[in-house]
Write a new protein. Sequence first.
Length: 375
Amino acid sequence: MIYLDNAATTKLKKSALEAMLPVMTENFANPSAVYLAAGKARRVMEEARDVLAEGINADRNEIFFTSGGTESDNWALLGVAESLRDKGRHVITQKTEHHAVLNACKNLERRGFEVTYLDVDENGILDPKDLEKAVRKDTVLVSVMAANNETGVLQRIGEIGSITRKKRILFHTDGVQAFGHIPIDVKKMNIDLLSASAHKIGGPKGVGLLFKDTEAELPPLIFGGGQERGLRSGTENVPGIAGFAAAFKDRDDAKRVKELRDFLETVILKEIKGVFVNGNTDERLPGILNVSINGVKGESVLMRLSSLGICASTGSACTAGSGKPSHVLKAMGFSNERCNSSLRFSLNGENTKEEMLETVKALKDIVEDFRKILA
Ligand SMILES: *Cc1c(COP(=O)(O)O)cnc(C)c1O
């Protein structure tokens, strides 16, 4: 199998598994208990918190463990909206966000909020000046992702952070694709809230975090026993948390992944005519390549690749199979045809040059086949 769908999820790293096993077997105790074994579990969890906090230049008290990126996004948006609803009911986001943010915004609209969905340009980038213009007196929150899951395009979150700080508005960023792949400094970038998830960086599924600046007010979304300093109840997923930190420590070499992605891109463009790269090619994650291939359907190419053991995607896992054109490519102003002919290859540190060559060879055959049928 050639696995090129790392933006959907990753294989658990060996280092992550090794960190998880002892807290599932020997030190399985509930970290809230009083005996020695509980203390050990607690220590593992707190060490993980330190590692992950340091990774974004946050304080350990600003890290809250959750069940993943979706929960973190929902908590940030619904939580801030609730705590600030008397101050204002306007939220700003942009059109290429993940559905965890977009659908949370839809929910806010049902709760009486107004949401502005800003446009991006044909490269997938939101102009921070457009954001500045969209700010109103009643704006309480801006949510703009750090990196897009379909195209890998990076938003200018440093610039956005200076705007929101100047205007005294809270800034949330969905950092699920960016965290562990590109450097993030929440202090320098003036980020108040950041979502991250373990399974996009070689950690286990079902665990993530929300970074919350000490000054940002956020009520709990989940009520219960008062874990995570009263803000996120439920017995902590200690193995998941341990695996998350271990995967982060053992994160891929971005330079190597980028070289491999650039190699794949170069060979595809050279071998197959009528291919267009979607999204800004400079301001992009190291591991993602999104292309549209003239005259073919992405879904059909994907099936044929899959029958050869090559795993790629047409975009986000949520739109795959729905038959709807990607909302991300649509927002970039592309025709339905260009959207429906798109493919996403997302790489990680384990992929090889040989795999890239094999993929392009298969892709070339498939595309030629389809074009012949259609000609
Ligand atoms: C995967 C992803 C999410 C959802 O994270 P889960 O941990 O799977 O809930 C949110 N945002 C982005 C950008 C993602 O890629």
